[in-house]
Design a protein around this ligand. Structure first.
Ligand SMILES: *Cc1c(COP(=O)(O)O)cnc(C)c1O
Ligand SMILES: *[C@@H]1O[C@H](CO)[C@@H](O)[C@H](O)[C@H]1NC(C)=O
Length: 384
């Protein structure tokens, strides 16, 4: 070779080895499912090393990993993840929702913590195969799905801090029920001024493991005060950023009577949620007339702009706060009815079903596209 760079192999679906689980478990009754506590019979693993690149992928029985106690992941949190759902329609057809976006985001999270990149289409092909093998685990009841959790960890045995020369990508699957089995139940948020989730130039825009452990104590703190989730604020202006591990939206009524749907901009502190992107797309398609949503006002503007607590508080007092909600894969839309802020409660309107006039029609369209009852190119087939 004359000075040519050796190109290491990317993920190679054609090398997939499958060793079937000989002790299949019966999926538990759907009613007993607790989010993310039950796992299917199989998992996917793909090892990587800096010398040989990505090696042969394996689908094998779900079970413990063998790791060196010196593995970098166990010391410096060299770990990133994704969360996506597979749905089964009434005819038994299985689909994923916008999975290409998860693959791109995972690759960008990997880059941020110096874990190896990979071809997203190749990983997606393997994930589809894993889902096909365990598809009987997708509960048949409406609103249920299979939560798919791709993860990438640094496995080099070394307690020095550097990009790992060995890594392991794995994917596990968990059958889940609807987040709100008995209709929407609005949540109360604690406007958190004691802790931050993300900061400018930090890692809040990536799904890296290290972002999540520090949020558990503040969540306990909020729960102790009687609120379900943290409303993460930024800076002395108390800009609203995210809700728990969800993105957030707020709807204001403007002086001319029209509505404004607002979400904070992707400024490096906001996780680029796929549900967030979908809510924005649906609202913009409605406004442009590309696809009108039933029962949604035509007098609507859609903004990605900063929002402060003082804007939310004065809108609540003047009656121009219409609704506030979180968005994410697990709950899809999560209405909020109260924010504890500097010792007082800011009240947020909700309608009888727990939702609001903008979130309800968007939720209906979104869930329809996820479940496949509304056709769209966001729904990607896993089985025919
Ligand atoms: C995953 C996640 C979201 C939501 O992203 P989706 O792709 O919509 O599920 C929002 N905020 C944080 C911090 C997250 O980890
Ligand atoms: C992965 O992400 C990095 C950084 O965002 C980008 O440079 C690279 O092209 C991506 N690779 C693939 C295969 O998508």
């Amino acid at each position: 070779m004359t000075g040519e760079m050796m190109v290491l192999p990317d993920i190679q679906p054609n090398l997939l080895q499958i060793s079937r689980n000989t002790k299949l478990s019966p999926p538990p009754p759907s009613k007993s499912l607790v989010f993310g506590h039950t796992f299917t019979d199989h998992m996917l693993t793909v090892p990587w090393s800096s010398i040989s690149g990505w090696s042969a992928p394996q689908i094998e029985p779900y079970g413990p990993l063998r790791l060196e106690p010196s593995s970098t992941v166990l010391h410096y949190a060299q770990t990133i993840f994704e969360g996506m759902k597979a749905y089964r329609d009434d005819n038994g057809k299985v689909t994923l929702f916008r999975p290409g976006m998860n693959m791109n985001r995972m690759n960008s999270s990997a880059t941020r913590v110096a874990l190896p990149n990979f071809n997203g289409d190749a990983l997606l092909e393997l994930i589809k195969e894993l889902i096909r093998i365990d598809k009987h685990w997708i509960p048949k009841e409406p609103g249920h799905s299979l939560y798919v959790r791709p993860t990438l960890i640094g496995t080099q045995k070394a307690v020095g801090i550097s990009p790992p020369n060995e890594a392991l990508l794995f994917v596990i699957c968990s059958p889940v029920g609807p987040y709100y089995p008995n209709g929407f139940k609005p949540i109360a948020l604690y406007g958190t001024t004691e802790y931050v989730r993300a900061a400018p130039g930090g890692t809040g825009a990536y799904k890296i493991g290290a972002n999540y452990a520090p949020g558990v104590l503040p969540q306990k703190f909020a729960a102790h005060k009687g609120y379900q989730q943290n409303l993460w604020l930024h800076g002395p202006e108390h800009y609203l950023t995210e809700v728990g591990t969800m993105n957030m939206f707020v709807v204001f009524k403007k002086e001319d009577g029209s509505l404004e749907l607002v979400t904070p901009p992707l400024d490096g502190m906001i996780l680029p949620g796929i549900t967030r992107d979908s809510v924005l797309d649906l609202a913009r398609e409605h406004v442009s007339g590309k696809k009108k949503l039933a029962n949604l006002s035509d007098k609507l503007t859609v903004s990605e702009r900063p929002v402060t607590m003082s804007e939310v508080k004065s809108a609540s007092l003047s009656g121009s706060l219409v609704e506030l909600f979180g968005s994410g894969t697990a709950a899809v839309i999560s209405p909020v009815d109260r924010i504890g802020y500097l010792g007082e409660d800011i009240l947020i309107p909700t309608e009888e079903d727990g939702m609001g006039p903008v979130s309800r029609p968007i939720w209906k369209e979104l869930v329809g596209r996820q479940m496949g009852t509304i056709e769209s190119d966001w729904s990607v087939p896993v089985t025919q």
